[in-house]
Design a protein around this ligand. Structure first.
Ligand SMILES: Cc1cc2nc3c(=O)[nH]c(=O)nc-3n(C[C@H](O)[C@H](O)[C@H](O)COP(=O)(O)OP(=O)(O)OC[C@H]3O[C@@H](n4cnc5c(N)ncnc54)[C@H](O)[C@@H]3O)c2cc1C
Length: 288
């Protein structure tokens, strides 16, 4: 199907993008187009205007800064997966970016578009939530920062205000000696995650000193599992401790477990602990 008629604008800077969004009611930002264009062709989205941010230089690039990595909103999944600074400081993000879709999707899709689309099955929101990332946004009122955990507010909904542009994703480096892993149950055709689990584990003197566990694709937004993290805290990270933590994940699922043509809510609830356990095992094996 063809998309409905729309007006195309190309922004040369973030301030121009904000101005164009403000001047064109019902306009939407276009980045890699790998989520928005399919929605438009299905007529599930019919924006009056598109503001293409794809050539804004200040939104490109990946840099290491004071114990963190700052990733421009236009960085593609392929750039993130192959970045040395990302692989050294936040290997969990490099791993997840490398598992997005196929090469065509990874070469066009951007981190800013991925998180702004707020699809619960997207890979990056799950790992960015586990990594305590934050998002810099610019709008008519200036700049502000939103924590990854607070960014998605519902299915395909975000905390982005009217006419705001996500400019940069800031990710703290993983603690030294920690191990991390992202595992996903991929749909065989699209490779979207039916569900995905991320874990970061750190130990001190044989005991778990910090644990971060996040799961995506089960509820409308990716979320940390406070119960799994509590079960791991201070544990010896033995098989039994990982079993207990994985089982605890179910206690955090609310009434909104997703159900669609790919998996029932019962199946997702049953697979949650399985994939969390796999992520924990892999993270433990990678600890330095
Ligand atoms: C066949 C296929 C398979 C895929 N498989 C996976 C997968 O396995 N895992 C996965 O995570 N994703 C997958 N995706 C989605 C892909 O990762 C997209 O790249 C991503 O979801 C959107 O990024 P984009 O740059 O293409 O954004 P666009 O499609 O251009 O935009 C998406 C949405 O975000 C908004 N937006 C974009 N950039 C900004 C910004 N800087 N600030 C504010 N709002 C913005 C747009 O207005 C739009 O609403 C797949 C897509 C396809 C087509």
């Amino acid at each position: 199907m063809y998309a409905s008629q729309t007006t195309y604008h190309r922004a040369g800077s973030v301030s121009e993008a904000v101005r164009l969004l403000s001047e064109n009611e019902g306009a939407k930002i276009l980045a890699g187009g790998h989520s928005l264009i399919p929605l438009m062709k299905l007529r599930l989205s019919s924006p009056e205007a598109l503001v293409d941010i794809g050539r804004i230089e200040s939104l490109k690039g990946i840099t290491g800064k004071d114990g963190a990595v700052c990733i421009g909103a236009l960085a593609t999944h392929a750039e993130i997966a192959s970045s040395d600074v990302v692989s050294e400081r936040v290997p969990l993000l490099a791993e997840a970016a490398g598992k997005v879709g196929d090469p065509a999707v990874r070469n066009r899709g951007t981190i800013g578009g991925n998180v702004s689309h707020a699809d619960p099955s997207s890979d990056l929101p799950t790992v960015l939530t586990a990594l305590d990332a934050s998002y810099c946004v610019t709008g008519p009122g200036g700049e502000r920062t939103i924590a990854a955990a607070d960014f998605a507010t519902g299915l395909l909904e975000t905390a982005l205000g009217e006419n705001e542009v996500l400019t940069c994703v800031c990710v703290p480096s993983e603690p030294s000696g920690s191990g991390s892993a992202y595992v996903k149950f991929s749909h065989p055709a699209s490779r979207y995650a039916v569900l995905g689990a991320a874990a970061v584990l750190t130990a001190d003197g044989g005991r778990c000193s910090s644990a971060s566990v996040a799961i995506g694709g089960v509820e409308p937004m990716a979320a940390r599992s406070a119960s799994a993290e509590a079960a791991l805290a201070g544990s010896d990270l033995s098989d039994g401790a990982l079993d207990a933590a994985a089982a605890a994940v179910c206690g955090d699922f609310g009434d909104n477990v997703l159900e669609d043509i790919f998996a029932s809510s019962e199946y997702r609830k049953a697979m949650g602990p399985v994939y969390v356990r796999r992520a924990l095992c892999e993270a433990r094996a990678r600890m330095g």
